[in-house]
Design a protein around this ligand. Structure first.
Ligand code: GRG
Length: 301
């Protein structure tokens, strides 16, 4: 399985555009006295994210023989959940970031209360997309229920929210690899895993296919988070110079702060390789998913 002749960026663009179309056409209008919150949500949603999770959902549907059209609304809902998590993560009570997706973060462009509500509204909107008649009519009801159940768990107390809580609790504290892995698995990996599994479930994947995709997604998610940690360090080095970096990174629990830069790079490569190996049963059909794993790693090389 080679990705040399595969234009991954064209693929990503093509798939992301399909999701974008649904998001744009079906996003609520900012009307009524509460229209400001819709504007704020729309501001963050259209601020230029890579759309990795919805595209993964489409790609895993495709690898087991499904069609994009059958999971587009579901994929749109996944992006709403992801964007809600970023809006809330940027709040002063959490990561306190002034910028997101290259633009002022939601609470900076609007205000904190509006940003909280925009995140809340996007989370509800996700379930509106998951259960939209256009989605319901295209797939088996039991598969759809399973996919919704899976996503709910992945982003709730036993997933992203739990991971975020642990991350906040560990701020400024010393912790080892075991805790770090747990945080990343819950905060980041579970939603990526659920995006992949949902796409496959909705396309009636077989048990063996789901197992392989679960392993792929888990390793891809780990590589994604480790690379994100590395990019943070690289970005901070550029901004601050190396000597102030150790002070800054004391606060944050990241792979480089726990295992060092060299081991972090090594782990990113190991997880990427494991993700790619998990795709073997799918042969050539898995080229887009393989290219996605390579893309994640390439962001730091
Ligand atoms: C607030 C409940 C709650 C959870 C927040 C998403 C999250 C959990 C925290 C974000 C912290 C962070 C930067 C984690 C690294 C992985 C990650 C989610 C990166 C951002 O995802 P991309 O690169 O972003 O897919 P775009 O903007 O392209 O969608």
């Amino acid at each position: 399985m080679e990705t040399k002749n595969f234009d991954f960026f064209a693929y990503l663009k093509r798939k992301a555009e399909k999701v974008e179309k649904v998001l744009t056409e079906f996003f609520p209008q900012p009307k009524g006295y509460g229209g400001r919150v819709v504007e704020a949500a729309s501001y963050s949603l259209s601020a230029g994210g890579k759309r990795i999770r919805p595209v993964l959902c489409l790609a895993s549907c495709e690898v087991v023989g499904g069609r994009d059209e059958d999971v587009l609304f579901f994929a749109a809902g996944i992006e709403c959940i992801h964007t809600y998590s970023l809006i809330h993560d940027d709040l002063p009570a959490m990561d306190d970031d002034d910028f997101r997706r290259g633009k002022p973060s939601c609470h900076k462009a609007y205000d904190e209360a509006t940003a909280i509500l925009a995140g809340d509204g996007l989370q509800s909107l996700a379930f509106w997309f998951f259960t939209h008649p256009e989605q319901v009519k295209r797939v088996s009801k039991s598969a759809l229920l399973k996919a919704i159940h899976l996503i709910s768990q992945a982003v709730g107390f036993e997933g992203m929210v739990g991971g975020q809580m642990a991350d906040l609790l560990m701020e400024g504290k010393k912790a080892g690899l075991k805790i770090l892995k747990w945080i990343h698995l819950h905060k980041t990996v579970k939603l990526i895993e659920a995006s992949v599994l949902a796409g496959a479930l909705l396309a009636k994947a077989k048990k063996k296919e789901l197992q392989a995709l679960k392993s792929y997604a888990k390793h891809l998610g780990m590589a994604f988070q480790i690379v994100d940690d590395l990019l943070d360090v690289i970005g901070d080095e550029k901004k601050l110079g190396k000597k102030n970096l150790s002070d800054l990174k004391k606060q944050k629990l990241t792979y480089p702060s726990v295992v060092g830069l060299e081991k972090t790079r090594e782990l990113a490569e190991i997880h990427t390789q494991k993700a790619i190996s998990a795709l073997e049963p799918f042969g050539e059909k898995a080229i887009p998913l393989r290219a996605m794993a390579e893309f994640v790693l390439k962001r730091v090389y």
